[in-house]
Design a protein around this ligand. Structure first.
Ligand code: ZN
Length: 340
């Protein structure tokens, strides 16, 4: 149920929407903003359901036939665009406007459009959107969601009721993972790697196959970097080629796995550096001991933090991931020698 999820994760948004529904003061346009991984789209679906629900009483029941059709995307007077798949064009916005200028298809008469990742709209599409927001026609509600509000036209923002979604903490993800049955140690590291439950599941499930190997490799690389369990940091680049990197035969899959592994490795380096700098003792005991023993190396950890951040960015931009890893190990090796 989206209602429970929203109430738990985003209580302020939940109260605002619940209140608007109960008092029948639903705006004609909403903009849900907040970082990647927050349930903005889920909230948009819930709002659409709440407007159309057959058992109208505050927020949607989520169970009636209409609520179900909205959830499944088969409600005729609901249109959904997603800027993630392809950039939203002027023609797409004009298409909604044209469809909504005709008589409503459903008995209810209310028409709703949801634009997910609305920041990925061309300037001319944003201008069309603006015109549509200014003269929506009766019974039309717009719900826009964005991870990056800075890329939206200020004139669009000012036309909408803006509801900001709060970023979720690593602790929230940790609790979710424990709930999913992940063990404490894995959950600690995983909760610091990705910021979306769907991505977290990808760590364990790639291309439809259970793949715990990938996550184990990432943790293995961290242990090796930290010189744990007899593994040597200086052998990391060789071991990456031999042991850690993807063994998938399909080059697309191996590329995807290597990218996920390497960028997750940098996430864990950042976590380690952060835990040392802030003297935060958390996670499994072996890891806490390593962190504790590094308290006098805070300057080195500032450098690790900077390098990991740069290299994480680099692995998304460069094709040759081996080169990115060698480059970062070279840099990390340098700081290790120069300051203790
Ligand atoms: Zn309902």
């Amino acid at each position: 149920m989206i209602k429970e999820l929203l109430e738990k994760q985003q209580p302020i948004v939940y109260r605002a929407l619940d209140n608007a529904c109960k008092t029948n003061r639903i705006s004609s346009a909403y903009l849900f903003t907040g970082p990647y991984g927050t349930p903005k789209y889920e909230a948009a679906v819930l709002l659409a359901q709440s407007i159309l629900c057959e058992k109208k009483n505050g927020l949607a029941c989520e169970e009636c036939n209409t609520c179900r059709r909205v959830r499944e995307g088969t409600y005729a007077d609901l249109m959904i665009l997603d800027g993630k798949d392809e950039s939203i064009s002027k023609e797409m916005i004009d298409g909604i406007q044209e469809k909504f200028s005709k008589t409503a298809l459903e008995e209810n008469g209310q028409r709703i459009y949801i634009i997910k990742n609305a920041e990925n709209a061309t300037i001319s599409a944003q201008n069309s959107m603006l015109k549509f927001l200014e003269e929506p026609g009766s019974g039309v509600t717009a719900i826009l969601t964005t991870d990056n509000v800075n890329r939206m036209l200020p004139t669009i923002i000012s036309r909408c009721t803006v509801l900001p979604f709060m970023p979720r903490s690593a602790k929230d993800y940790f609790d979710d993972l424990i709930h999913e049955g992940v063990n404490q140690e894995d959950a600690y590291f995983m909760s610091h790697i990705v910021k979306d439950m769907a991505d977290l599941k990808n760590m364990y499930d790639i291309e439809g196959q259970k793949n715990t190997v990938l996550f184990e490799h990432v943790c293995g690389m961290l242990k090796q970097f930290l010189n744990c369990e007899g593994m040597k940091r200086k052998e990391l680049s060789v071991d990456w080629e031999v042991n850690w990197s993807s063994k998938a035969k399909d080059t697309n899959i191996s590329k995807k796995e290597n990218l996920l592994m390497l960028s997750s490795f940098y996430d864990l380096l950042m976590l380690y550096a952060h835990d040392v700098i802030t003297e935060n003792l958390d996670g499994p005991l072996w890891y806490q001991n390593v962190v504790k023993n590094s308290f006098e190396k805070k300057k080195m950890c500032c450098d690790i933090l900077r390098i990991a951040l740069e290299e994480k960015d680099a692995c998304n931009r460069y094709n040759d991931l081996n080169l990115v890893l060698y480059q970062s190990l070279y840099q990390l090796g340098g700081i290790n020698d120069t300051n203790k």
